[in-house]
Ligand binder design. Structure first.
Ligand code: FAD
Length: 392
């Protein structure tokens, strides 16, 4: 019996388990710190309060069925020499013949002073709910405090995640202003970005559309503004301080700390894997999703980490494990991106899809495209009813 252990039940881990379940002569064990899977691509909706956590999550055991042994636990360390995985609660380490590491992303603060202490990350359901509760409490408290910083929210970074988050907040603000009877002209949504231009993965006219859409809803985006320090109630750039009592940190992500704690050679906790997605010295260990750095041969740089890439890598790693067990040759990973969709709240967005040529969309209906592209996984793992929930 071959022991196949999969770490993490995000997009990558769940897809790998789904591809491998029922494999004759193999036992599949899936480890995740929560009993539920959440759609990371929708965390901004929970943070802004446009969706509840239940709508973007589902039970892992139920979706996997009896052919996958599910363990709810936190992975602390991997020992590739001993072929063992150490868990926080499990007293006995797990042994494996094949290992798939898919522990996902963590917030990257680039060592900026005060970022970890005074800004809130957006990395999972708990952190998304913490953002929502914190901001809504500040808004509710304004009638007592009269502190205008309670009405200000700063998003650090204006990359893909930040723009989606701002779009969602821009949509939600009118109802929050009405609910708490707030002075509309004093409410501010601010983004600080060191780069001079936004969203380099999109054509310029789509970027202009997104920026115009957000500006029309009161979002101020400060480009070429490098964050130097975060202090309680403020973010300092080279030449000024931006004040706000809610500060969210979405400047980027890195892979799991378990990678560093296990001594794997990695950059920002992303392991450079072979084209097969396995380690050079340990062909039985695969890194996929946000924990791996896979070279895009055309660009000469690793592919940007996305849910779409994570799912494709998982499918490939599973196929290679099956081939290896069967004594067949394993293959190199090839990725063709379907394109990128960036939502601007629940009812708008921009999209640049690949296919025969490049198709570009903007405005109403694009958010639907995102749901369709991203929730391929939701449909397959959780079933049609859950998919319909997600469209509400
Ligand atoms: C707000 C937001 C919007 C995004 N939008 C898009 C988008 O539109 N399109 C797109 O393609 N990508 C998007 N992304 C990026 C995308 O979410 C990630 O690339 C994707 O989630 C990576 O999948 P993964 O399976 O590698 O990791 P994850 O989804 O992070 O899953 C990792 C899993 O491992 C578990 N885990 C972590 N550590 C441990 C541990 N020590 N022990 C046990 N379990 C552990 C986690 O709880 C989680 O279940 C977005 C990200 C964010 C934050």
């Amino acid at each position: 019996m071959k022991e196949i252990v999969i770490l993490g039940a995000g997009y990558a881990g769940l897809r790998a388990a789904r591809e491998l379940r029922g494999l004759p002569g193999a036992r599949i064990t899936l480890v995740n710190r929560h009993a539920f899977h959440y759609e990371s691509t929708e965390l901004h909706t929970v943070a802004a309060g446009t969706r509840e956590p239940e709508v973007i999550s589902f039970d892992i055991r139920q979706s996997m069925g009896p052919t996958v042994e599910f363990k709810q636990d936190s992975v602390t360390r991997i020992d590739p020499e001993q072929k063992k995985v150490f868990l926080q609660a499990g007293p006995v380490p797990l042994s494996y013949d094949y290992l798939v590491v898919a522990l996902g992303f963590e917030s990257e603060d680039f060592g900026i002073d005060g970022a970890r202490e005074h800004a809130m990350p957006l990395v999972d359901i708990d952190s998304a709910l913490a953002v929502r509760q914190h901001f809504e409490a500040r808004l509710a408290g304004f009638k007592t405090t009269r502190d205008e910083n309670d009405l200000r929210l700063i998003v650090c970074g204006a990359g893909f995640t930040s723009i989606e988050l701002l779009g969602e907040f821009a949509y939600r603000m009118p109802s929050l202003i009405e609910l708490h009877d707030l002075p509309k002209d004093k409410v501010q949504l601010i983004a600080l970005e060191s780069a001079p231009k936004l969203l380099p993965m999109f054509d310029a006219h789509l970027v202009d559309y997104a920026v115009g859409y957000l500006a029309a809803r009161g979002v101020q985006i400060h480009t070429s503004t490098t964050i130097k320090k975060v202090v309680p109630g403020g973010v300092m750039s080279e030449d000024r301080t931006f004040d706000a009592n809610t500060i969210i940190w979405t400047t980027g992500v890195r892979g799991s700390h378990v990678i560093a704690d296990s001594g794997f050679v990695a950059k920002r906790n992303r392991v450079n894997v072979e084209p097969t997605l396995a380690l050079k010295d340990h062909p039985e260990v695969f890194f996929i999703g946000d924990d791996s750095a896979v070279l895009d041969p055309a660009g000469g740089r690793p592919w940007p980490t996305t849910a779409q890439l994570a799912i494709a890598e998982a499918t490939h790693a599973a196929a290679n494990i099956k081939a290896h067990i069967a004594g067949k040759p394993i293959a190199d990973f090839k990725f063709v991106s379907k394109g990128t969709v960036c939502s601007l709240g629940p009812s708008s967005g921009i999209a640049q899809l690949s296919g025969r040529g490049s198709m570009k969309f903007e405005g109403h209906g694009v958010a639907f495209l995102k749901k369709l592209v991203e929730n391929g996984s939701l449909l397959e793992e959780a079933g049609f009813a859950k998919m319909l929930d997600n469209f509400s």
